[in-house]
Design a protein around this ligand. Structure first.
Ligand SMILES: NC(=O)C1=CN([C@@H]2O[C@H](COP(=O)(O)OP(=O)(O)OC[C@H]3O[C@@H](n4cnc5c(N)ncnc54)[C@H](OP(=O)(O)O)[C@@H]3O)[C@@H](O)[C@H]2O)C=CC1
Ligand SMILES: O=C(O)[C@@H]1CCC=N1
Length: 264
């Protein structure tokens, strides 16, 4: 894609691989413009290599990089990045997808380069992710948007302090929906379905609900299914009894926000 330049992806684990797959799928980054640093061989990196990406080249190659994407665990980024710093050019932007690690903390170890934080979901691998972007630097923010908008519904946050909440809602959120779906299947089993039928129905319902959602208000969507006095309304009333659904999700998001702060 014109304008993005040479992209260095550091870490090709679950999220790094998803990002790589998304870039190639949506042609956001040409494989020839990619350098991937990975201690072990990864299927996604091998696919990129076959299309022209460079894997673990001599570090002198980093001098031309426009953007360095940090997709390693929050606990290890200093050890990973410190040896690379002497090789970075003046124009590089640091893009971190790490949960919890703040820009001021990153700047302690990577001073001098503009920083953009992006919190994507692994759905970017299929060009259908979600991403929250924050940067204090206009060029870095624009680069973050250029790299993620083609493969994610992207929100630009006004304040870095909101990144932990965005991570707790979107970065983690798919896992909550999967956990809910699992619990729905088990409840179906308790109501008499065999385990496999309950799984098929719960998973298909999640897919169908997501497909049908569009841009309509959630309340309107619920209203279309829940006939007054009907069985869905009875189920929804049980779900929200004494405000417990809201309380449960407040606690869920608060716990994830706390953990993001601890990891940073
Ligand atoms: N998974 C998710 O859904 C999301 C994750 N994140 C963030 O993404 C980051 C990565 O998470 P995730 O992908 O799940 O974790 P993984 O453990 O799957 O990936 C981390 C990768 O870092 C690699 N690595 C370790 N040392 C180096 C090194 N020196 N140079 C290059 N790569 C190295 C590891 O390589 P190896 O496998 O060879 O050890 C590993 O594949 C985290 O900071 C997390 O907060 C953010 C949003 C969503
Ligand atoms: O669980 C984690 O720490 C990361 C952050 C968002 C999704 N995965």
């Amino acid at each position: 894609m014109p304008g993005v330049g040479l992209v260095v992806l550091i870490g090709c684990g679950r999220l790094g691989s998803a990002i790589l797959e998304g870039w190639l799928l949506t042609q956001t980054v040409a494989a020839a413009d990619l350098i991937i640093l990975s201690p072990s061989e990864k299927p996604a990196a091998e696919v990129a290599r076959a299309q022209g990406a460079r894997i673990n080249p001599p570090l002198e190659a980093l001098a031309e990089a426009s953007v360095i994407v940090l997709a390693v665990k929050p606990a290890m980024w200093r050890d990973v990045v410190t040896p690379l710093l002497p090789f970075l050019g003046d124009r590089a932007v640091i893009l971190s997808v790490m949960a919890g690690v703040t820009a001021p903390t990153l700047a302690e170890g990577i001073g001098g380069w503009p920083i953009v934080r992006v919190m994507p979901t692994t759905g970017v691998s299929r060009g259908r992710g979600v991403a929250s972007v924050w940067s204090a630097d206009d060029r870095a923010r624009a680069l973050g948007q250029a790299l993620f908008e083609p493969m994610a519904e992207t929100v630009v946050l006004a304040d870095e302090a909101l990144m932990d909440a965005a991570t707790a809602v979107a970065g983690s959120g798919a896992a909550y929906f999967y956990a809910f779906t699992e619990a729905l299947a088990r409840a179906g089993e308790a109501a008499g379905l065999d385990a496999m039928t309950a799984d098929v129905l719960a998973r298909a319902t999640l897919r169908s609900a997501a497909d049908s959602m569009g841009e309509d208000a959630l309340e309107a969507l619920i209203g279309r299914i829940a006939s007054p006095g009907g069985s869905t309304r009875a189920g929804l009333d049980a779900l929200a009894k004494d405000g417990r659904l809201g309380v449960m999700l407040d606690e869920t998001v608060a716990a994830a926000v706390r953990r993001n702060r601890e990891m940073g």
